[in-house]
Design a protein around this ligand. Structure first.
Ligand code: CA
Length: 230
């Protein structure tokens, strides 16, 4: 299997070296950029498979890279940021980033995120061809509008079903509260976020064997939710 090309956007040379050494050791190809302008140039001229993006860059906010790339490509972007504030993560995810890592991070964590993203990439074509989604014991037939767990049909309310479809169609991606409520209700008010929590709890009761330690849907506290591949 061909190793993907990773674009590393990072202005801190010690972190950049750590990342590129890790990538080299694990036989990835990589390109580097130290600011927004060169990141956009590298992305458009080399069309990398995955972008690892620092948000604090010297010329502009790293979120500008996401806005630019999303205007012409859906290439996966993993934000790597020292900023632990949820608002920065949320802004980056709403702009179209796929995932985020908060500094300091471990090399193992970085490699794990890359593997998850690669797996998602390799599964994409099949998901577009087929109207049936499977993940572990979960099966959804989008055209029939039905979902099953362990071959038993799930009795979901329309909102729970919409929520499950949205998460499954974005499997591997962290979806923010705003993103989800806008897709489910077409708007995002504070009360929609509280309703979302309620619907998520009822959905989990039907979907998860142990709703308190969910297997399919992860909670990202203060940020949103992600369906993981099991
Ligand atoms: Ca930086």
């Amino acid at each position: 299997m061909n190793k993907p090309t990773i674009l590393v956007v990072e202005d801190d040379s010690s972190i950049k070296n750590l990342m590129t050494t890790t990538l080299r050791t694990h036989d990835y190809h990589f390109l580097t950029a130290g600011n927004v302008q060169s990141a956009i140039m590298q992305a458009s001229s080399h069309n990398p498979d995955i972008v690892l993006l620092d948000l604090g860059l010297p010329d502009m906010d790293g979120v500008e890279v996401i806005h630019n790339i999303r205007s012409w490509s859906s290439m996966p972007i993993i934000v790597i940021s020292a900023r632990s504030e949820d608002t920065d993560k949320i802004e980056a995810l709403d702009a179209g980033a796929d995932d985020y890592l908060t500094k300091p991070f471990s090399v193992e964590e970085l490699l794990a995120r890359l593997r998850v993203t690669q797996r998602r990439l390799s599964m994409m074509p099949g998901e577009f061809e087929s109207s049936v989604f499977t993940n572990g014991q979960l099966k959804i037939d989008y055209s029939a509008g039905c979902a099953w767990l362990c071959d038993k049909e799930l009795h979901l309310t329309p909102i729970e079903y919409k929520l499950l479809c949205l998460l499954s169609k974005n499997v591997g991606r962290v979806l923010t509260h705003t993103y989800i409520t806008q897709h489910i209700w077409g708007r995002c008010w504070d009360k929609d976020v509280s309703s979302l929590r309620v619907f998520m709890a009822t959905l989990r009761k039907k979907l998860e064997a142990a709703p308190d330690s969910p297997q399919y849907i992860q909670t990202h506290v203060g940020v949103g939710y992600r369906m993981v591949r099991v």
